[in-house]
Design a protein around this ligand. Structure first.
Ligand code: HSE
Length: 429
């Protein structure tokens, strides 16, 4: 870096990369005014440099050769926006080894290779910034890591997948079923053609890993915690929750301390309409944090999309330029936790839906099994449709141990009158 110019290399000229270029085209005077240096997007590398991205770009800065960035000693900051594990990881490590600071939006990579990336950042005394990896344009990681640093964080609850939130919102508001709303979300470009990653909770889990590192100082591998998506929810569940329980159903990322232990989990959750998170709808994201001294804090905004995500990337650029000497952004934090609580050991209130053949004594038999496992019921609703008809039964339990609930439901599912593949339970917040 010369004293008055910072050179940036961008790897990946896709949607977010084009957003980054657009922001530099539009706001460079504002950015330069803030950092008091000239900021130069010196090189943009992508395999495809022919397609028109709809943003103005000097053809001389485009290249298909990544070494034009990695081997250029004048480039101070590398922005990685190609996504995926490889070659993104090699590019990041290579850039760090050459003394370059790195910005990435790659949550999958951070969630899997956190330790290696951070070790390299420390070894090379360069910074890694990744605000865009969680919550898109919402400032969440820096506030959590810095502005809330005085707190012993008690809990993090996040609605951090726009696709799942859009589907759940539309099902609730318009009374349409899961498949129909998903198809519409795909047509509108909100959902991927293969939406598995979003609706099965994996995208949420990767973001939760990053939130958990910053909030609780512990890295938890995705294999080690419970991840459940929204694909088994039906309109019946959503409508019952709304009508009878005053709740909506949200796909929540949860990291929280409970009785001195850390719980980390992703699953659909019944959220009371009084809770702020219940107002996070459509493709929006919201992250609700409780600190021991600050109390509750909530961040809300667009968790994906070209310009919101690019806003976070360029925000990281400014942060980096203003403080390149800060030795590392993130390091292994001393944590009070060495492991997380097994999902079987958590306690919650549960909503249960069973599909049964209506016969005399059905409810008696079911409630008897629940009682054997120490589960008491707060409410039971049954649709009256006549003997031998297939009907749903909706129940809400008092706070119970999850292990007991699972064992009791396994027993209930063995009953001839229960259609076991339709049994579902959802935790209440
Ligand atoms: N696919 C994600 C979502 C955005 O639907 O929120 C990228 O993390």
């Amino acid at each position: 870096m010369s004293d008055d110019t910072v050179n940036i290399g961008l790897i990946g000229f896709g949607t977010i990369g084009s957003g980054v270029v657009e922001i530099f085209n539009k706001n460079t005077p504002i950015i330069e005014g803030k950092v008091k240096k000239k900021v130069n997007l010196k090189k943009i590398v992508d395999l495809d440099i022919k397609t028109d991205r709809g943003v103005e770009v000097n053809p001389d800065v485009l290249s298909t050769d990544v070494t034009d960035i990695l081997d250029d000693p004048e480039i101070d900051i590398v922005i990685e926006l190609i996504g995926g594990y490889q070659p993104a990881l090699s590019f990041i490590i290579n850039a760090m080894n050459k003394g370059k600071h790195v910005i990435t939006a790659n949550k999958a990579l951070l969630a899997k290779h956190w330790e290696e990336i951070i070790e390299n950042s420390q070894k090379n005394r360069v910074r890694i910034c990744f605000e865009a990896s969680v919550g898109g344009g919402i400032p969440i990681l820096k506030p959590l890591n810095e502005s809330l640093a005085a707190n012993n964080i008690q809990s993090i609850y996040g609605i951090i997948n726009g696709t799942a939130n859009y589907i759940l919102t539309k099902m609730a508001e318009e009374g349409r079923d899961f498949d129909e709303v998903l198809r519409e979300a795909q047509l509108k470009g909100y959902a991927e053609q293969d939406p598995t990653f979003d609706i099965e909770g994996h995208d949420t889990a990767q973001k939760l890993i990053i939130l958990t590192i910053l909030g609780f100082g512990i890295y938890v591998d995705q294999e080690k915690f419970h991840v459940e998506g929204i694909n088994r929810l039906t309109l019946e569940d959503i409508e019952f929750a709304k009508r009878e329980l005053n709740c909506c159903i949200k796909l929540l990322a949860i990291s929280r301390i409970s009785n001195g232990e850390l719980e980390v989990r992703v699953h659909p959750t019944l959220v009371n309409e009084d809770h702020l998170l219940s107002s996070v709808n459509d493709v929006f994201n919201g992250i609700y944090i409780e600190g021991d001294v600050v109390g509750p804090v909530m961040m809300y905004g667009q968790g994906a999309g070209m310009m919101p995500t690019a806003s976070a990337v360029v925000g990281d650029c400014i942060d980096l330029i203003e403080d390149m000497d800060k030795k590392v952004t993130y390091g292994p934090v001393k944590s009070n936790f060495t492991k997380i609580k097994d999902i079987n050991e958590i306690k919650s209130k549960y909503y249960i839906r069973l599909t049964v053949i209506d016969k005399p004594g059905v409810l008696h038999e079911i409630s008897g099994i629940l009682s054997d496992w120490d589960i008491s019921l707060e409410s039971v609703n049954q649709k009256i449709q006549g003997e031998n008809k297939v009907i749903p039964i909706f129940m809400v339990t008092h706070e119970s141990l999850e292990r007991n609930l699972r064992e009791a439901l396994a027993k209930i599912n063995e009953l001839d009158i229960v259609k076991d593949d339709e049994t579902i339970f959802i935790r209440l917040l």
